[in-house]
Write a protein that binds this ligand. Structure first.
Ligand SMILES: [Fe+2]
Length: 135
């Protein structure tokens, strides 16, 4: 998943239907991304870096974002609390992405061979393609 160049603005004048469709697509993509990360990436990181607790920390961050997504799901798309709840979810997500990019990816690049990283990339692409087919 690419990190957005700038945060989304849920108060933009998108129609409720457009907002709902975009939110559904975002939620599906985030859930799919989290599953692949937990099934493929996290075990490799744990094995190569001996970073005790990384998997638990990543899983907790995913659960926090998923809970925030569930709170959004429970709100009507035009509810006055929807935009603030979206921003709260976005803040959790961006904090997690920054943690991964700064603390994890740097360590992975330093300690995992180029061949192992290439194999990991292939595994993640295959898992993504498989889950897209299943969705
Ligand atoms: Fe993650």
């Amino acid at each position: 998943m690419k990190t957005p160049k700038r945060p989304c603005t849920p108060s933009s004048p998108a129609s409720p239907g457009t907002r709902s469709a975009l939110f559904s697509a975002l939620k599906r993509d985030l859930e799919l991304h989290d599953r692949i990360e937990e099934q493929v990436f996290d075990p490799m990181v744990e094995a190569h870096l001996k970073t005790a607790g990384f998997q638990a920390r990543d899983k907790q961050a995913h659960e926090d974002v998923e809970a925030a997504l569930a709170r959004l799901d429970a709100l009507a798309i035009d509810d006055k609390d929807w935009a603030p709840s979206f921003l709260a979810m976005q803040a959790l997500l961006l904090r997690h992405v920054a943690d991964e990019e700064v603390n994890i990816f740097g360590a992975v690049r330093k300690h995992v061979s180029a061949g192992a990283l290439e194999a990991l990339g292939q595994q993640m692409r295959a898992a993504k393609a498989e889950q897209h087919k299943a969705a």
